[in-house]
Every structure is written in structure tokens, then in C-alpha cells.
Design a protein around this ligand. Structure first.
Ligand SMILES: Cc1ncc(COP(=O)(O)O)c(C=O)c1O
Length: 405
């Protein structure tokens, strides 16, 4: 029978973050408790003031919202960026999207023709691959290494990958999956390369607030004036306010053509969710103490996880500088098989963990096969369990491999 579906559809990869879910479901069916460290879905409470929108809901009809975004939310977002020091941002530079996910996809569509290329740094947020396939473009990876804390390579290494098809550089800062926070110098290097080669520079800053050890986050917003028509910010409220299920993100650019075009896409998909946006619009009323507490909590989790991982023989990981992820080297050859084993063949007192095999965070075949990504989104008590489970599971897995022959 002739092929019915598009080759673009067939090219969309499975997400390494979610593809082992059926094994987790089966483990749960057998009565095993599974801790989810595979996905960045935090257990931190959403701010009370946002939840109150739900408890106080009076409207009889759930209507569409504006395509641009709810006016209250746009105003709150503008104030948020202004308060960060980027006083030039007004609501014409902002579009409310269905999570940062939609903003990334819009940015890809806005900056490329079919078959064009976007350069990014591997390992990278795996879903960039899906948005690239949906938009018919190619992600071109520049490799980063654990020994450098996954910081950027030299300018020459990046420039080597630029050709006629290259339309944009894309980077995530703080980084998912590595936890790297790029320095001011690194961000300035990317700005300078974008300027020299007339490329778009897409910055995914959905983890902006999560930087540790008194580091400073350098935002692309600080360089909007240097490359006003080329810089694009992708942002999201998912992680900042533990609002992952609300699906509220932001596309931000000074390039009027991009924002007008994105608005036309937004009109086509009507609007983001009304309730989600009304919750999000309370962001200005979230007390500073909320962030202080959340920041302390993540930094503590990072410390517990890092120390715990280093106590496991054969395991190595650079100390994560921000976000809430790390890429961990394990003493295994096939980390996907190991992640599966954790769900199908192993438990410690009736408990196990789900973590993400890292190969899908690389575009280069063969990389990441001995690595996993861990999202430290669950409380310290559970992180300690993760360490215990890994400590016991690694030798048990190698024993199983021997008996498999
Ligand atoms: C780096 C990065 N960008 C964008 C997103 C998209 O998140 P959302 O669509 O929930 O805003 C995520 C989600 O995990 C992410 O890690």
C-alpha cells in the first residue's frame, strides 16, 4: 500500500523523556512505587495567589482569550521584564504562547525556510528535534563536553558549522539538560557571531531564575540593542512558578516582522487558555519570599544530588550551575537499557526511579549512550532514595548483563 502519511511526520522522534512511560505504568501496576526524575515537572507548590484564581472562579463561561494574550498578563509580563532592568520592553514585543514550546516552534518557523539549519549545542533540550522536524528544518549540533562543564567551545568550532543554510543560533541558558549557566563572555561571543554572520540568535531562558552559587544570569535581553532584529527570547512560566500544566509561555523580540508574523500564527490558533493566563497574570503579586524559598530548595537539592552521585562508584557529573537538570556518566554501555531495567527488573524495597536516557539529547549518533539526564524536581527525601537505588541498581544491572551473556 502507498505511504499515506508525510515523511515529516515519520521524522519526528520519540521523546527520550517520555518514551519509557509504558514501562513505568507497568511497574506501577505491579505495585512498585516509581519516582519520576525523568521530566522537569516540579513538586514545588504553585504560588497560592495563582491557585486562588481557581478557587475564586465565578465566570459562567470559559471564553477564548485574545490571540496576543490576556491584557492583564501582558501588562504583568511587561512589568516583570522592566523590573529586571529591560525597561525598553513593551507589550508589542511580547506574545503569550502555549508554553515556551510554542514559542520555540514559532521562532523556528519565523526564521527558516524548509531545509534550513539552526545551530545549537549538544547535548540539548531534546524537543528542539521535534520542533525542527515539524518545521522541516535541521538542527546542526556543536558538541560540548562534561570535562568543560558543558560550557561553549571556541568561536572557531561554532563558526565551522555555519554555511548558507544556517539561519539561527539557538542556546538554552541556564541549560537543560546540562545545568550549565553560560558566562557573560560566552553570551557575548554568541551575540558577536550572530552579528558577524547576520544570523538570528534564539535564547531559551525558561530557567532564568535558577542559577546557583551566587552566579549572575546574563540574559539575551541585555543585548537586544546590539542585534535588535536578530535576537529572539523564548520564555515560560512553567518552571518559574511551578505552572507546567498551565501552558503559558512568551515569545519576545524587537523585530516587528517576527512579532507581526507570530501574531498571525497566534490568530490561527485562536488563543492560549483563559484560566491559565489569569492564573499567570498574578505573577507580580507572588512574594519575593516564594522565590527565595524555591531557590534555596533547588540549590539544596542540587547539593544533595551532586554529592550523592559522586559517592557512587563509576559515576561522574559536573556540578550543575543552574536549571534543575544534570547529565550523568554511568558505568554502563547502554543507558536506555539500564533505564528500562530500572523499571522492569529492579526495585529497592518496592521502589524504583524513572530517569531519561541521554542519547536523545544529542543529534550526533553514538553520543550519550552511557549517560542519563536526571531532573532534580522532587524533594530531598526522594533524591536520597534515587542515590540509594542507583547505588544498588548499577551492580545488579551489570550482574544481569553477565547472566544474559
Ligand atoms: C529548555 C526548555 N525550553 C522550553 C521548554 C518548554 O516548556 P513549556 O512549554 O512548559 O514552557 C522546556 C520544558 O521542559 C525546557 O526545558
Amino acid at each position: 500500500m502507498a505511504k499515506m502519511v508525510s515523511s515529516r511526520l515519520l521524522q519526528i522522534p520519540e521523546s527520550p523523556i517520555r518514551k519509557l512511560v509504558p514501562y513505568a505504568t507497568e511497574a506501577i501496576r505491579k505495585g512498585i512505587k516509581v519516582y519520576y526524575f525523568n521530566i522537569g515537572d516540579p513538586d514545588i507548590d504553585t504560588p497560592e495567589i495563582m491557585l486562588e484564581v481557581l478557587t475564586n472562579w465565578k465566570q459562567k463561561t470559559i471564553t477564548y482569550s485574545r490571540s496576543h494574550g490576556e491584557p492583564n498578563l501582558l501588562e504583568s509580563l511587561k512589568n516583570y521584564y522592566n523590573k529586571l532592568g529591560h525597561t525598553f520592553i513593551n507589550i508589542d514585543h511580547l506574545l503569550v504562547t502555549l508554553g515556551g514550546s510554542e514559542a520555540i516552534s514559532m521562532a523556528f518557523l519565523a526564521t527558516t525556510e524548509l531545509g534550513d539549519e539552526i545551530i545549537t549545542f549538544e547535548p540539548f533540550y531534546t524537543n528542539y528535534n521535534s520542533y525542527a522536524a515539524v518545521n522541516g528544518i535541521k538542527i546542526v549540533p556543536v558538541r560540548t563536553f562534561a570535562k568543560d562543564g558543558f560550557h561553549l567551545p571556541s568561536r572557531q568550532e561554532i563558526e565551522k558549522k555555519i554555511n548558507k543554510k544556517t539561519k539561527a543560533l539557538l542556546y538554552c541558558n541556564p541549560n537543560n539538560p546540562t545545568g550549565t549557566v553560560y558566562t557573560k563572555k560566552e553570551v557575548e561571543m554568541l551575540v558577536s557571531i550572530a552579528k558577524k554572520y547576520n544570523l538570528f540568535l534564539i535564547a531559551d531562558e525558561v530557567y532564568r531564575e535558577f542559577v546557583f552559587d551566587n552566579r549572575q544570569h546574563t540574559s539575551i535581553l541585555s543585548y537586544f540593542n546590539k542585534i535588535p532584529n536578530q535576537a529572539i527570547l523564548v520564555d515560560s512560566l512553567s518552571k518559574r512558578y511551578s505552572l507546567c500544566g498551565a501552558r503559558v509561555g512568551v515569545l519576545c523580540s524587537l523585530n516587528k516582522e517576527i512579532m507581526d508574523g507570530a501574531m498571525r500564527i497566534a490568530q490561527g490558533r485562536l488563543s492560549a487558555g483563559l484560566i491559565d493566563q489569569l492564573m499567570a497574570s498574578k505573577l507580580a503579586k507572588v512574594p519575593e519570599s516564594y522565590f527565595k524559598k524555591v531557590h534555596r530548595e533547588y540549590e539544596n537539592r542540587r547539593n544533595v544530588l551532586y554529592k550523592g552521585l559522586l559517592s557512587i562508584p563509576g559515576v561522574s557529573v559536573p556540578n550543575p550551575e543552574g536549571a534543575f537538570y544534570c547529565i550523568v556518566d554511568l558505568p554502563v554501555k547502554d543507558s536506555e537499557d539500564f533505564c528500562k531495567f530500572l523499571l522492569t527488573d529492579f526495585n529497592l524495597n518496592g521502589e524504583t526511579i524513572m530517569i531519561a536516557p541521554a542519547a536523545g539529547f544529542y543529534a550526533t549518533k553514538g553520543l550519550g549512550n552511557n549517560q542519563v539526564r536526571i531532573a532534580y524536581v522532587l524533594k530531598v527525601e526522594y533524591l536520597k532514595k534515587l542515590i540509594q537505588i542507583l547505588k544498588k541498581a548499577l551492580p545488579a544491572y551489570n550482574q544481569t548483563l553477565k547472566s544474559r551473556g
